[in-house]
Design a protein around this ligand. Structure first.
Ligand code: AMP
Length: 208
């Protein structure tokens, strides 16, 4: 299964991706996670990406596309993969068309005006990436792995505002792009995590 997860920042792509990877055993590739890992390790890619991530902007297409192209060549992608956070604009989508023939693009649809609260209240485990929200998580170590739960540096109000604008201007047009190719399926991302996942499973089982 070659899958793309589409959705605004905070739509729940990472949360659903972790569940999909577990249930279907497919390789999860998050460009955001790759950039954050490079940043932590101080690699040249990480240093380049930092300026853009801090400003809520997209890392340049040539850097991002190169990383994805290389990642897709790895052995664990041979049976399939799930891209989370890529493509984010039409240029990246066209680059992906040349790299691989995607089976399905799953759009997690959310009301954009609800995302500011979701993202500024989001906390993530620095070790395993598990996601929490201050409205339901009282603090302390990660319930899954015991790692430190932190706020992402780009989940502040100012940067979230910019990321949502970038989404509307550059990423949202991909819904049309993939609908026109007959590859788009949408699920309602405003429901609970379990309900969204149940919908995702219905869609994926139908194509599996
Ligand atoms: P995410 O974790 O997907 O929200 O990504 C965090 C940040 O990493 C984004 O705000 C961008 O700065 C950068 N990023 C992640 N994926 C991409 C991409 N496909 N193209 C350009 N920048 C990206």
């Amino acid at each position: 299964m070659k899958l793309v997860l589409l959705g605004a920042p905070g739509a729940g792509k990472g949360t659903q991706a972790a569940r999909i990877a577990e249930k279907y055993g497919i390789t999860h590739i998050s460009t955001g996670d790759i950039f954050r890992k490079n940043l932590k390790e101080g690699t040249p890619v990480g240093l380049k990406a930092k300026a853009y991530i801090d400003k809520g902007q997209l890392v340049p297409d040539e850097v991002t596309c190169e990383i994805v192209a290389e990642r897709l060549k790895e052995a664990d992608c041979r049976k399939g993969f799930m891209l989370d956070g890529f493509p984010r604009n039409v240029m990246q989508a066209e680059a992906l068309d040349k790299m691989s023939d995607v089976d399905l693009v799953l759009n997690i649809a959310v009301e954009l005006d609800k995302l500011m609260a979701r993202l500024t209240g989001r906390r993530v485990c620095a070790k395993c990436g598990e996601s929490y929200h201050v409205s339901t998580f009282a603090g302390g170590p990660c319930l899954k792995c015991g790692g430190e739960v932190i706020q992402r540096a780009d989940d502040t109000e100012e940067t979230v505002g910019k990321r949502l604008r970038v989404y509307t201007e550059q990423t949202q047009p991909l819904i049309e792009y993939y609908a026109a190719k007959g590859k788009l399926a949408s699920v309602d991302g405003m429901k609970s995590i379990d309900e969204v996942f149940a919908e995702v499973v219905r869609v994926l089982d139908a194509i599996a």
